[in-house]
Ligand binder design. Structure first.
Ligand code: ADP
Ligand code: MG
Ligand code: MG
Length: 883
């Protein structure tokens, strides 16, 4: 067969290697069946069919109809039931499954194959009328929602009213007759809303459902998810058709979801939730509060209802053995869905489990230590970008907390922000720069954009495997779920709890590690970097070739960077030092001076300040290289604006205000980014770079004398386009070094090099390397100048560019490898041809981006430099690039 792949009953047409073709769910169902696990028989319609379906105007080819008939025959043979046969009906589920799991994106239809005749047959076959009619009402409701896309509110309401009329609170209290009556109402609702009676032909039902699964691939919410996760639209989804097994056949039946290890903390303990006498989505939908899987977890939570380990000890033991088998087989933590039908265990899904960064680290390190995977695999398993979650502050344990309530610790991290009650407001307020906490009764896929925009997510309903919890963990957002004591009114934009009211715009803090919800903002503390984090970093350091430095210009940044493992400073910008309040007047005096003499007076004032800046940095970085970039920004940026500022400068310089204003006017630039900046400042006013170089060497010698260990200054000349510019500036620096060394009777090692941030410099790198001892690729400016795009003005059109596929990603976040990357590799090659041992690094924003780091490894740069908090990310990414 071309499009249909069978599984179960001793057959597996596919396997775990076929994810692209069968989707994750289908491939793993086939794999589980092939290793002897109990999987209800079924078949998978491949993703290729989904693509063809859209190419052919949403039609099913005859070929597919024939193959599906054969697939159904396979299920019938294994189950000894017949699809549509009132005497012995086969029911199936129709399940979507893309290559990568898209939680909640695609809709599943259960109990398909029921109609007015087969429901009677099912009741007889199972000897359970209530179960049959319960299944039928579930089927009609799901089918009406997912396939017919009718308003599901009316169905829910009908059920609520039916329960109320009977004085019931739980679905389980409904009798066969009650369900039967509800089914009649449901069918009437379908006819009223859809205009046609509920489809009684089981084949019509099946094709409707298959079409709906394909259709959901192009739903708005699926598109949003794909956009946020870089999933191409042409992957398509597979459809799985599988014999139903029933968790709603009484108290020996159940359904559940589980992880083979704790997905939040990573501990080696089975972890999950289940519900007795329930079907499929009841667990995730939060209709009833699920029970714990293990006795230990139940006791730890202080919960009453029996765990599965206690309620069904035999099946539980069987399930635990399956967990172990799956972990060993897949060599990774698994996320599992199962159903127990009258004490018989059935496996319905397995996949590599989503986990928090903390759990990812722990699981990777543990599994390597257990010998299940190698250290290299452990390194490869942790997403560098996800480390971000661990590198940011958590709640200060000492800080005062005004605890409002407690929910489940669904996704770790702490977040404070203004409360909003809907996703659109979350997005709007976040776009306006506010931190928001999205508060919902429970979340659904329609909320994804708001969850993305929010700093944290809080829900009143749903367990650790609810939509909110799963999605938040995937996005790295802190989340507290199932805070049951919250009464939320999204309509009135207010939540009530413990006699208090919180309105939209009020501040709440959530702690996703403890589940606490607090009123107001709570102070945070820096993360702990020992333990598993330290171990994995050690392993990463052992395999990586690229060095990792930090972009840092304050002693505090340098300290943070060293704690995070930076091996030097790759970019120390000197301009921020010039902007400091107590210096800006001297700086303005310098730039507004009309001659060298006037500039020197001001520079003499700045020298000791600048020296102390460098001393403080060098003390922290003693023994390590520190790349100091000489003054770079347009003078323009330092000009005074206010009358008072002019007055201050006038007084300091002993000039009159009008002269100053005239001078400031002369300095005005139309396009400062391409104006009087970078080495052009040094060429026109060499005394500025002279002062900075002197400050660097004096500070280096001071530190060497005091601590016995000298830093290695790498003096970097910005915005060089030609060899001659660098030659002139290097002479200024070398002269300052010579003078200082003579005065102090002591020398330090140093290098003089340049940033490569203009296309001309990249092209002429061979020549420039005759003078420069190192290159640092300033990929922020190099991207701007190569693309001719101003980073500050790009926001207006760049997202459209990315949507249209003009650039695959924002080129300021992830290096445009094809274009800018070609200049980088060409400059590296030409530079090396001239000077074999030239030191090469990158100091743009890209130095902390894993994809860009992989490129740096490929062209053989010596180091990457990233902001201090991204140093661990860069270390791990560099290790992965080297594997
Ligand atoms: P999702 O991708 O949203 O998890 P699934 O296709 O896994 O959707 O279906 C959701 C749930 O429906 C499953 O976890 C399972 O409990 C139930 N389910 C699906 N197929 C069957 C089946 N053949 N028999 C019993 N339950 C099923
Ligand atoms: Mg599932
Ligand atoms: Mg620059």
């Amino acid at each position: 067969m071309t499009y249909v792949y069978r599984f179960g009953g001793g057959v597996s047409d596919g396997g775990k290697g076929d994810k692209n073709l069968l989707g994750g769910k289908g491939a793993n169902l086939a794999e589980m069946a092939s290793i002897g696990l109990p999987v209800p028989p079924g078949f998978t319609i491949s993703t290729e069919m989904c693509t063809r379906y859209y190419e052919e105007g949403e039609q099913f080819p005859q070929e597919l109809r024939d193959e599906v008939a054969a697939g159904i025959a396979h299920i019938e043979a294994v189950t000894e039931k017949r699809f549509g046969d009132p005497a012995n009906p086969l029911l199936v589920s129709v399940r979507s499954g893309a290559r990568v799991s898209m939680p909640g994106m695609m809709d599943t239809v259960l109990n398909l194959g029921l109609n007015d005749d087969t429901v009677e047959g099912l009741a007889k076959a199972a000897d359970d009328e209530r179960f049959a009619w319960d299944s039928y009402r579930r089927f009609i409701q799901m089918y009406a929602d997912v396939v017919l896309e009718l308003d599901h509110g009316a169905f829910e309401e009908a059920l609520e009213i039916a329960k109320e009329d009977n004085g019931f609170t739980l679905d389980t209290e409904m009798s066969a007759a009650d369900w039967k009556a509800l089914v009649a109402q449901y069918k009437a609702l379908v006819e009223e809303q859809w205009g046609k009676p509920f489809p009684q032909d089981v084949h019509d039902q099946l094709w409707g459902a298959v079409g709906a699964v394909f259709g959901s691939w192009q739903s708005e919410r699926a598109k949003v998810y794909r956009r946020l996760n870089d999933i191409p639209a042409n992957w398509g989804t597979a459809v799985n058709v599988q014999a139903m097994v029933f968790g709603n056949m009484g108290d020996t039946s159940a359904t559940g979801v589980a992880f083979t290890r704790d997905p939040s903390k990573g501990d080696r303990a089975y972890y999950g939730e289940f519900l007795i006498n329930a079907q499929g989505e009841d667990v995730v939908a939060g209709i009833r509060t699920p029970q714990y899987l293990t006795k230990a977890a139940r006791e730890e939570a202080g919960a009453k209802p029996a765990s599965m380990e206690e309620a069904m000890p035999e099946v539980y033991r069987e399930l635990a053995a399956v967990f172990d088998q799956l972990e060993t087989h897949y060599r990774d933590m698994q996320d599992i869905e199962f159903t127990v039908e009258q004490a018989k265990l059935w496996m319905l899904q397995t996949r590599s489990g989503k986990r928090t960064a903390k759990a990812a680290l722990k699981i990777a390190v543990d599994m390597a230590n257990e010998g299940l995977i190698t250290r290299e695999e452990a390194i490869a398993r942790v997403d560098p970008a996800a480390l971000d979650q661990l590198l940011h502050p958590t709640l200060d344990p000492e800080a005062k907390r005004d605890v409002l309530t407690k929910g489940l610790p669904a996704s770790p991290g702490a977040a404070s922000g203004k409360v909003v009650f809907d996703a659109d407001t979350a997005e709007k307020r976040a776009a306006a720069g506010e931190s928001v906490i999205l508060v919902r009764v429970e979340t659904s896929p329609e909320d994804i954009h708001g969850m993305h925009a929010a700093k944290g997510i809080l829900t009143a309903r749903g367990g650790m495997t609810s939509h909110a919890a799963v999605v938040a963990r995937g996005m790295g957002r802190p989340c507290v779920s199932g805070a049951g004591s919250l009464a939320i009114s999204a309509k009135d934009k207010v939540l009530r709890c413990a006699g208090r009211e919180v309105r939209e715009g009020d501040t709440l803090t959530i702690d996703g590690a403890s589940g606490e919800v607090m009123v107001g903002e709570v102070a945070t503390v820096q993360p702990e970097l020992a333990g598993d984090f330290g171990t994995l970093m050690e392993w990463a350091d052992a395999v990586r070739r690229l060095k990792v430095r930090a972009n840092a210009e304050t002693p505090l940044d340098c300290k943070t960077a060293r704690e995070f493992g930076a091996e030097g400073v790759g970019l120390c910008r000197t301009e921020h030092m010039f902007f400091e309040a107590d210096r800006i007047t001297a700086v303005r005096q310098m730039i507004l001076a009309s001659d060298e003499q006037g500039r020197r007076v001001a520079l003499d004032r700045l020298l000791p300040e600048q020296r102390s800046d460098f001393t403080a940095i060098f003390e922290v970085m003693a023994g390590l290289p520190v790349t100091v970039r000489l003054l770079d920004p347009p003078l323009h940026e330092f000009l005074p604006h206010e009358e008072a500022e002019f007055a201050e400068v006038a007084q300091a310089a002993g000039l009159d205000i009008d002269t100053l204003k005239r001078r400031a006017n002369e300095l005005h630039e139309f396009n400062p980014m391409l104006g009087h900046r970078g080495c052009r400042l040094g060429v026109t006013y060499p005394e500025i770079y002279e002062m900075q170089a002197r400050a660097i060497f004096e500070a280096a010698i001071d530190v060497a004398e005091k601590s016995g260990e000298a830093p290695i200054p790498e003096v970097m000349i910005p915005l060089v386009a030609t060899r001659r510019e660098l030659e002139l500036m290097k002479a200024v620096v070398d002269k300052a070094a010579k003078l200082v060394f003579a005065e102090r009777g002591r020398e330090v090692d140093y290098l003089v090099g340049t940033m490569i941030e203009l296309p001309r410099a990249a092209l002429k790198a061979g020549e420039i390397a005759e003078v420069g001892e190192f290159f640092s690729f300033g990929t922020n400016d190099l991207t701007q100048t190569t693309l001719g795009v101003s980073r500050d003005d790009a926001a207006r059109f760049l997202s459209t560019y990315v949507e249209q596929g003009i650039y695959a990603k924002d080129p300021f976040v992830s290096l445009d490898v094809e274009g800018v990357g070609e200049l980088v590799s060409l400059a590296a090659e030409r530079g090396r041809a001239t000077r074999g041992d030239i030191k090469l690094g990158i100091c743009g924003e890209h130095g902390g981006d894993p994809a860009s780091i992989a490129f740096c490894e490929q062209v053989g740069l010596d180091y990457v430099s990233a902001s201090p908090y991204r140093v661990p990310i860069a270390r791990l990414a560099a290790a992965q690039a080297a594997l």
